[in-house]
Write a protein that binds this ligand. Sequence first.
Ligand code: NAD
Length: 373
Amino acid sequence: MMGAPNEVRVAPDVMIRLVRAMFARAGCSETEAACIAERLTGANLRGHDSHGVIRVPRYLEWAESGRQKIGQTVETVMENDVMAILDGNYGFGQTIGEQTVDIGLKKVKQHGLALTALRNSGHLGRIGDWAERAAEAGVASLHMVNVRGSLLVAPFGARERRMGTSPFCIGIPVEGQDPVVHDFATSTVAEGKALVALRGGKALPEGALIDADGALTSDPWPLYGDVPEGKAPMPYEGPGALTAFGGHKGSGLNFMMEMMAGALTGSGCAGGPGEPERRRFCNGMLSIYIDTEKFDGQDSMAEEIKSYIAFVKSARTADGHSEVLVPGENERRVMAERQAAGLPLAAAAWSDILGSARNLGFTEAELNALTAA
Ligand code: NAD
């Protein structure tokens, strides 16, 4: 393990081994522990540290408190040929998400079009995982996600929290090459990026947060406030908020995510008036699947996508840019680099993970064995 000062580099397979052992020790089956470890590490590999292993301490706290439950299977609330309303029963989103997408894929392969409406899921992590899983089956997909019980974002024109970070994701398979996947939070930055910055990682852009006085800032403190010694930082303790991306347009898209993934799925919106307690945390996800193989002109679709990618990338660059990227390209670049050089982690985030392992009862000898190259 090496890296810049205040940074460690951890090989992806070491990280998977450690996180997998930790979740197995916490009570997950080997399959579930592996799924959680691979997906969290996969987010780091693609450059989304916000949705990677930095979440390990928090997930473990949630499993212990029962806020997120180990070993769950999606329950079907309503089903017909082309749609399924599913209840995740607060299970780990890594496994609940996989089960949900697989139900959608089974239906779309028969009928060409399908929809899943998932309620009460534990944290679904990086939503691009679900679009990539669909794309591997030749399926284009769209995922609208809300976060009930997670008031983090101020709507456009406000300094108070009323919204979650509600990610939006669209993926389309491209024959013979990687899919095009656009996957982003509708806040200026995902909450986890503020967490990464708070733990000494990459700094946030100016205006990513608004403080209680209504001033825009890049400081993550207004989200977390002071973090008690030995506790994982919680983004509900600070007096400020994240901002929505793209002014009124991004704020409106975030609002619509609450409509589709919160109200329509039955999962519930981020919050409601007059509630003294926060709603129980969960992700809702409305997903639409389109089987591209059912369309005539398969070849022309692939050719059209490939030629459009080339056209977009041929645009003359703006000041400060050396290249035009298309959705998903950055993730692939980062993955190639990190597979070779290891995952960069702020030293504080790595020490939080090891601290959680010790809390689970791992000895120093066990930790040395798990983290050995
Ligand atoms: P981001 O701001 O890094 O944006 C990522 C998207 O922008 C990707 O599609 C990427 O390919 C594209 N992109 C990046 N650089 C580009 C460039 N130079 N040119 C063109 N396109 C470019 O992502 P984010 O908003 O920080 O979200 C991070 C992750 O957090 C996502 O995976 C999201 O699903 C996840 N998330 C999950 C939840 C949840 O509750 N489960 C909530 C919020 C966010």
